[in-house]
Design a protein around this ligand. Sequence first.
Ligand code: 8GP
Length: 807
Amino acid sequence: MTEPTASAPARALASAIVDTLVHRIGKDAQAARPHDWLAATIFTLRNEIIERWMESTKRAHAAGAKRVYYLSLEFLIGRLLRDALSNLRHNDEVAEALATLGVDLAEIEEIEPDAALGNGGLGRLAACFMESLASLDLPAYGYGIRYVNGMFRQRLDDGWQVELPENWLAHGNPWEFERRESAYFVGFGGEVTATADGRSHWSPAEAVEAVAYDTPMVGWRGKRVNTLRLWNARAFDPIKLDQFNAGDFEGALAGQTRAETLTRVLYPNDSTAAGQELRLRQEYFFSSASIQDIVRRHIQYFGDIRTLPDKAAIQLNDTHPAVSVAELMRLLTDFHELSFDAAWDVTRATFGYTNHTLLPEALESWPLPLFERLLPRHMQIVYAINAKLLREAAKVEGIDGRAIAAISLIDEGGERRVRMANLAFAGSHSVNGVAALHTELMKKTVFADLHHLYPDRINNKTNGITPRRWLQQCNPGLTNLLSEAIGEDFRDDAAKLTALAPFADDAAFRERFAAVKRANKVALADYLKDAMGLRLNPDAIFDVQIKRIHEYKRQLLGLVETVALYDQIRSHPERDWTPRVKLFAGKAASSYHNAKLIIKLAGDIAKRINADPAVGDLLKVAFVPNYNVSLAERIIPAADLSEQISTAGMEASGTGNMKFALNGALTIGTLDGANIEIKDHVGDANIFIFGLTVDEVAEKRGSGYRGTDAIDRSAELAQAVNAIASGVFSPDDPARYRGLMDGIRDHDWFMLAADFDAYAAAQRAVDARWGMSDAWGRSAVLNVANMGWFSSDRTIGEYARQIWGVM
Ligand code: 8GP
């Protein structure tokens, strides 16, 4: 069957894949369907990965190395085949082997489901970090939940978001290894009694078993393979036979159903607290299993639990795993016989905590009665930690009653609640923000009093992205051009991209650079034509805003400006307008009314504008459904302009902003999150910054500002807001957007009206720069050249040296 022209390694590989297909999948080449080829390819590739995986584990063990444990309720890893192939440098060989079998690698890569075990930025950051940890050869484990249903699939019904379950495990998951032997008891409820020797004994009323599923995380060039360990919940007693035999079939299976519910779905909320009991159960379930696993491994390898901080660094990805602090304290005091103070020293030296948002609605706290009912022993421990914490605080000058109340792990204002951020802060030796501005704001706002108490604890670790997925894999055209220009070094060290800077002044290079971008735009246009019947002009500016839909991210600002531009084009057809394609994509939390309305508005605006012959190719608008990692990988290489327009002070960092700039898009953005650091790196001349600063936003909010003040001063804005409010874009329901527009007029908490004129002016500056294609090209090249610093390798290096002590 294999063609004689294929190389010997490709022929050997092809026969290995067929062998796997037959013996593992149970099909022959004639009967195999695309999913079978996909599985056979992954299983074959896996053999090499397993060997490297075992070698990595042995090496860490032999060295007695300290391990990093990244605890996260979300890992938005996306597809893994291309990632693994590319990191192992096996792309060409596997493509050739499959071709000899009549199978197109690109086609089977496309049917791999996105592992979407996360919502947005925080989850994707965790995935980039896992890749960088392996690439930097650091022994590390990611710990999370194996959700059966990850992030929902978004469908648009008449423009309205509908959430459908995403069944990523439907065809099985060839990447994962079930580890039945790594199973832990996780209890809930019940009561705590004192033992004869003065210790505490917790008898849970209910228990489930946490079973590990391991996925290998392959680092660049396969140097190291680490483990992503995801927990699945199982009932100890999957079926109660006596009940079943007595005819109560549902009752007999109720325990299993209840256990499975724990790991069934990802909470689809982004930057909002989910106040449900199930969420707290999920958090404790995965925290407990992970901490038990870490402690077990430590004892097995090193014997003495008191040396835990020398051999384990546990990073809490936001507060979702914060109950781990109390769980480790419980294991140390109740099972390993450490005194409370000794346990507290071990705990604090082991944990680090990363904060990802300052939005007050996202700061997790649990009603005290719920916490106490579900986790009675942990409640006692939280009280004991609190007593110690407040005793320490009382000794510090400048800490008064108000500050004590703010530092306390218990919120006593109104219904008493357990504050998870305070627990994570108190239980960690390091607390970090994710961009310079965000870290400074942490010190001044939510953590001001804790920062006063522990002034050395807060530090900054500006986020990063893995350049393997977000440059090499998603943009092979640009990657090849870069290696022709500056050699291969940048593949191993993104900082070496600075060698590209001189090419910004090389007209011939800029032309090739522009040709790559154009080819990426053509590919995206083709895809969107197939997917949504859209026809896009690849010579227009591809202006893109893709991210979770949230009012603070201000997709609405982009839409209002689109409407204003539409009006301008219609009113002044004689002007030399720059053709634009405005692309939006993103999911809204299912209960977030305004976010869903914004999606509908995007569709309504698109419908009207795209059908208007008066604008023709000058303006096209689209809301692309079901944004996910794979869609981002398609869109980002094709973008000219990256929209990063959050209200200053509200976007902790952003990481999409980094992906776009690394792929040669120019940013239009506010002085928010990592935009500020991107500006510092790419240079003021190569980014379009506009809008109020954090201080100006605070000043306006404090001075009784209302949106109408700004609307009255801006004819363009007034026209756009009035058009939307009066139903120009929703003739079927003219009142649809009245409330949304009233929100801008009456409150404008997100400063949309206040920033509108500056934003519109920045957009016209974008047009002008686009008209000077040399200048645009120069800026685009300089963006790529200066974005190496935003590699997650740099970020992880900082964590490793400054927080974990592993480098
Ligand atoms: C996000 C931040 O909004 C974003 O600015 C940052 O780049 C990213 O974290 C990574 O640091 N925050 C979240 O995704 C978040 O808070 N999600 C939790 C509620 C699920």
